[in-house]
Design a protein. Structure first.
Length: 202
């Protein structure tokens, strides 16, 4: 069916992990259409190596599985398409073309799961952005050991303004003091673990 498409050239087929990787290395195909169930290992392993070694321009998974965890794992390694084997031939061809053109193709049945993961990611990003750029700057200086007076001088702000900022930061992070704020900010990755210039406050 693929060979009948005027814009497709089928350059190879493989039925094991080992042969798939060997052929991909030799042929450097534009697209790999990949089954996840292989006799000597997982197609996930093949996809990971294809992408890590840049052995294919696009990697599209074709599978009977509609497991959310599997989709999430494959999305993390950067696949370009996730199609279920119940897909019609014409839709499969169209999906391959879409993956080549846009870098993305997905079976409609998997769209609700993709949206669920997107919403979860948005929540994570929003949590990571809980502090403004100025608040992060202040917390970085706090972590470096600077006093309120030193921070105010460094940022050309009043001491009261720094105190107001810190009160807001404590509330956002759910803490009550400087030490708790530093620990919370570090744990969330909101500030660097190695202050850039602690000596500036000596």
């Amino acid at each position: 069916m693929l060979e009948r498409q005027p814009d497709f050239t089928l350059v190879g087929e493989a039925d094991t992990v080992a042969s798939a990787l060997r052929l991909a290395q030799a042929l450097q195909p534009d697209v790999v259409l990949l089954d996840l169930s292989l006799p000597d290992g997982s197609g996930v392993e093949v996809a990971q190596q294809l992408l890590a070694q840049q052995l294919a321009h696009r990697v599209i998974v074709l599978t009977v599985h509609d497991e959310p965890e599997e989709l999430a794992a494959l999305m993390r390694i950067g696949i370009h398409g996730y199609l279920l084997k119940g897909i019609r031939s014409a839709d499969l061809v169209q999906a391959i073309r879409a993956a080549v053109a846009t870098g993305a193709a997905l079976s409609p049945d998997m769209l609700p799961e993709l949206l669920r993961q997107y919403r979860r990611l948005v929540r994570v990003v929003e949590e990571d952005d809980i502090l403004t750029a100025r608040e992060r700057e202040i917390m970085q200086l706090v972590a470096a050991g600077a006093s309120n007076r030193e921070i105010a001088r460094r940022l050309a702000l009043s001491i009261q303004t720094i105190k107001n900022y810190l009160s807001g930061i404590y509330e956002k992070l759910g803490v009550s003091n400087r030490t708790g704020a530093v620990v919370a900010a570090l744990n969330r990755g909101l500030i660097d673990r190695d202050p850039k210039d602690p000596a500036a406050f000596v």
